[in-house]
Every structure is written in C-alpha cells, then in structure tokens.
Design a binder for this molecule. Structure first.
Ligand code: B12
Length: 309
C-alpha cells in the first residue's frame, strides 16, 4: 500500500481511538494519538478536519443520546482544544504576510472550536490573526474591528437561533468605512441555500476559509498539485452522487463508464478528460464548474464516526 494511503488508513483508526480517549476523558492517550499523526506527517489541516472535528461531532451525538453528560462533553472539548494548540505550536505559524484576520463567534454563541480551527489555519497560512472566542457582543466586536482594521473578519455561528446576531454583525460591518472582507461559517449555515446571506461569503469549513481568503485578497493563488486537485474533484463527485442518491453503478451506467472507473475518479486516482467530466456533471444535474470549484454540497449528510465500521 502506498505510504500516503497507509497513513490515511491509519488516521481513520486513530480517529476512532481518539474519540474513545475523548469519551473517557483520557488526555494522555488523546495527546499520544495526535502526536503520532503529526509525527507521521499527516498535515495539521487534515488532523483538524478528519480527526478532531468528527470526534467532536460524535461527542455531540453521544451527549444528545444521553451517553455523555455536559461535564464529559466539556472535558472532551478542552482536550481537543489543547491538542489544537499543541499542534499549532508544533507547526511554524509565525506571520509571514501583512494580512490581518479577526475571527470570532457571534454574540450569544458559546461554540468556538470551529472558529478556532479557522483562526489556526489562517495563522498557519501566515496571517496575523486576532481570535476572540465565544459570545462576543456585537457592539464591542464592531468597535474592535474599527480599531484594529483587519483585512478580513470571520464569524462563526453554530446555533440557528444566533443567525439574527450574525445578521446584526454583518449589517454593522457593512456600514463601516473601508469594511473588511467577510467570511462566515459554522453549523447554522450548513443549509447555505436557506440562509438569507450572500452565498459567496459562506465557507463550508476552516480550510475553505483559507482558500477564500487567499483568493479574495489575491494572495499567492496556490496551484494545487494534480493529486490534491483530483482528490478534491473526486470527493465533490462522490458528495453529489450521494446527494442524488445514486450508487456508483448507477452513475457508471448513466455515464457509460465502468463502476471501477467511477471508484477511481472518486478516490482521486483517475485523471478525467473534459468529455468524462461533462458526462458526470450531466448525470449529477450540475454544470462542470460545480465539480471543479471548492464548494460544499448543500444538505450533504456527513457519516458519523459512531457509524464507521
Ligand atoms: C462542545 C459543544 C458544546 C460546548 C461548546 C464549548 C466550546 N468551547 O466551543 C458547550 C457545552 C458550551 C455547548 C453548549 C451548547 N450546545 Co453544543 N455542542 C458541542 C459539540 C459537542 C462540539 C462542537 C465542536 O467542537 N464542533 C467541532 C467544530 C470543529 O465543528 P464546527 O463548529 O462545525 O466547525 C467547522 C465548520 O462548521 C466551520 N466553521 C465553524 N466556524 C466557522 C467560522 C468561519 C468564519 C468559517 C469560514 C468556517 C467555520 O469550520 C469548522 C471546521 O471545519 C457539538 C456537536 C457538533 N455537532 O458539533 C454540540 C452541539 C453544536 N451543541 C448543541 C446544543 C443543543 C447546545 C446547547 C443548546 C445545549 C444546552 N441545552 O445548553 C448549548 C448552546 C450554547 C450556546 N448558547 O451557544 C447541538 C446543536 C443542535 C442544533 N443545531 O440545534 C449540538 C450539535 C449537539 C447535538 N448533537 O445535539 N456545546
């Protein structure tokens, strides 16, 4: 098995073990798992999005099933936040550009792990970052933005009840002279089609926030490597196929390709021609650019680690 595949296969196992450590409140084991991943050169972004985030979501599921209480949920979250910081310090995050981002959760919003991920990934990308954390009163947020004049403001909202707070903050920022770019994210915006917000300011996850930020400010538009790009396109196709309730075989039949070919495309192992891309896009009811753009599929359900075999 190629080193990378092996590494990511092990990452899936470690994800389960990490969740187990969280549910036991076992910080030592959690730390060892994360250190192990970092040592085998799994990128910080991957650890955040493929290990820590799913584990936190699974903790939420266990809490809602009454299997963990609030104290255990809080302990798990503190363990995760500690690992995030440790990873940040293990990686060089000295600001290497003059761009400045300010990241915050909206007023009343107590959740801030996602916002912290965005802040840390931007720092890793060389940004100066002010991270404000949870429940920042809108009035004081606006005052600070006026004072510190960030190039970009990132706002996080998890609970749908707090979307009005987000609206108030956006209105306030919009009225500032030389208003900064805005990016918003968080679970309350998952159904982005339903959100009464300009689509282009919503980012699906922390890594997309970084991509958007670099595009907007025309910072080093990063040329993704071909394998990375194919993986991204493959993932998008799989998400859209699931969204359309199609099996790989059904997609293969409609596109006159084989199932093995679809498997290879979805796993980023197959470089596709424009002809194939068009056929797949047509079968999925989208334009080809939807397959190429780094964008979340609305309504796509994530598989929980609790269900992973
Ligand atoms: C830990 C936790 C808490 C902690 C938060 C502590 C902290 N420091 O953050 C505490 C105990 C305070 C808490 C409180 C509550 N919680 Co809570 N909580 C969670 C839990 C288990 C984990 C959150 C987390 O760490 N997620 C991991 C992060 C990384 O994911 P994320 O936030 O989605 O972030 C990603 C993206 O959304 C995006 N993103 C996020 N922010 C931003 C910002 C920008 C700019 C961008 C670009 C992207 C972006 O990027 C991130 C990385 O990809 C979740 C479970 C879950 N599904 O997430 C429940 C959960 C969110 N909580 C829930 C509930 C119900 C509550 C309470 C109402 C419980 C109560 N009755 O008191 C309160 C609400 C408090 C409030 N007023 O906000 C529900 C929400 C259900 C719903 N949608 O209505 C969940 C889903 C649990 C569940 N399964 O039912 N909670």
């Amino acid at each position: 098995m190629p080193a990378a595949a092996n590494r990511y296969g092990r990452a899936a196992q470690w994800r389960k073990q990490y969740l187990k450590a969280l549910t036991r409140g076992d910080e030592d084991t959690a730390r060892r798992i994360i250190e192990g991943l970092a040592r085998t050169a799994v990128p910080l972004q991957q650890i955040y999005l493929s290990v820590l985030r799913p584990a936190q979501i699974a903790v939420g599921e266990l809490w809602s099933q009454g299997k963990l209480n609030v104290a255990q949920e809080k302990l798990a979250t503190q363990i995760t936040l500690t690992q995030m910081e440790r990873l940040r310090f293990m990686t060089n995050t000295t600001p290497s550009r003059k761009q400045h981002a300010l990241i915050s959760s909206v007023q009343d919003e107590q959740h801030y792990v996602g916002a912290k991920m965005v802040a840390n990934l931007l720092a890793l990308d060389g940004w100066h970052v002010d991270f404000l954390g949870a429940d920042v009163p809108t009035k004081t947020l606006l005052e600070l933005i006026r004072k510190r004049r960030p190039d970009m403001v990132g706002l996080s909202v998890t609970m749908a009840d707090h979307l009005t707070r987000l609206g108030a903050a956006l209105n306030g920022i919009g009225r500032l002279t030389n208003a900064p770019k805005i990016v918003v994210g968080g679970q309350a915006l998952k159904q982005r089609r339903n959100a009464a917000l300009p689509r282009d300011i919503i980012a699906a996850d922390a890594s997309e926030a970084v991509v958007r930020a670099t595009q907007w400010l025309q910072l080093h538009p990063r040329a993704a490597s071909l394998p990375d790009y194919l993986t991204q396109v493959g993932r998008r196709i799989r998400e859209l196929r699931n969204h359309n309730n199609l099996t790989q075989q059904q997609l293969a039949d409609t596109t006159r390709l084989t199932r093995a070919y679809i498997v290879a495309v979805e796993s980023g192992k197959q470089n596709v021609t424009v002809d194939v891309l068009l056929r797949i896009a047509n079968a999925l009811g989208v334009t080809p650019d939807r397959l190429l753009a780094p964008e979340e599929v609305p309504g796509e359900g994530e598989r929980s680690i609790l269900e992973e075999s």
